[in-house]
Design a protein around this ligand. Structure first.
Ligand SMILES: Nc1nc2c(ncn2[C@@H]2O[C@H](COP(=O)(O)OP(=O)(O)O)[C@@H](O)[C@H]2O)c(=O)[nH]1
Ligand SMILES: [Mg+2]
Length: 226
């Protein structure tokens, strides 16, 4: 799959303000500075679609992009921003957890991991949280160009072993570099294949963000078929 047209749609401060859940959606999340904006730009063949910013923790909103009029790509705020005050952090966690657990059309969360680091507690906790809430997730390792081949192979093997020891299975893993434009095809292929798990609302029913839709109950949890 190749992205031909990517457009920024809107930033939302809560689920109600998000676009109607009428198309399959894939969300990207990770610690600040992990390379999320760069990866999104690479996937979309754009230079500045998701603004690369050197100031961590700046975007505290849910950012929706519409891709080829077929699916939504979501840029979630970076977690693990130590300088955010406790109150802000709570608000921020509420924003993300509400979005991830309630967004009806969300197929999968792609968690970005800095390839140079070993498993960080905050990433592990987030994977745990996703597992508890039955949210499918993948891992995309970023900036692999910053490591030599052997160093990356060794880091990658250690990381996989930690995951295996903990869960006994591995999620889908992607090795990426925005700098070298690596990993794009694999991620887009994965997204293309998994779009089929989107369950559209029944005929004649509009997809909305309301919690009390008549089709809500059956509709809400049906997308996690991966
Ligand atoms: N060498 C290298 N640097 C990268 C890569 N991806 C991002 N960066 C750099 O890492 C910093 C943070 O990237 P950014 O995309 O803004 O991260 P975000 O905060 O997660 O959105 C920037 O200085 C980028 O140029 C990559 O694949 N390779
Ligand atoms: Mg960014």
């Amino acid at each position: 799959m190749e992205i031909k047209n990517a457009k920024f749609l809107k930033s939302s401060s809560n689920n109600k303000h998000c676009p109607p859940p009428d198309k399959p959606e894939f969300a990207f999340i990770g610690r600040s500075n992990v390379g999320k904006s760069s990866l999104i730009n690479m996937l979309c063949n754009e230079k500045n679609l998701a603004k690369t910013s050197s100031k961590p923790g700046k975007t505290q909103l849910i950012n929706h992009f519409i891709i080829d009029n077929k699916w939504y790509l979501v840029d979630l705020p970076g977690y693990g921003y130590a300088k955010t005050s406790k109150t802000n952090l709570d608000k921020f966690e509420e924003l993300i957890s509400n979005y991830i657990t309630k967004r009806k059309n969300l197929i999968c969360v792609i968690i970005l991991i800095d390839s140079r680091l070993e498993l960080q507690p905050i990433d592990g906790e987030f994977m745990d949280w996703c597992t508890q809430h039955e949210i499918p997730f993948c891992l995309a390792f970023t900036k692999i160009d910053k490591l030599g081949k052997n160093q990356w192979a060794s880091n990658f093997a250690k990381y996989k072993k930690r995951l295996m020891d903990y869960w006994g299975e591995l999620p889908q893993l992607f090795e990426t570099s925005a700098e070298k434009r690596q990993g794009k095809e694999a991620i887009l292929e994965y997204i293309g294949e998994n779009m089929q798990y989107f369950v559209p609302p029944p005929k004649g029913v509009k997809a909305t963000n309301d919690d009390d839709d008549e089709f809500d109950e059956e509709y809400e949890n049906d997308n996690n078929g991966i």
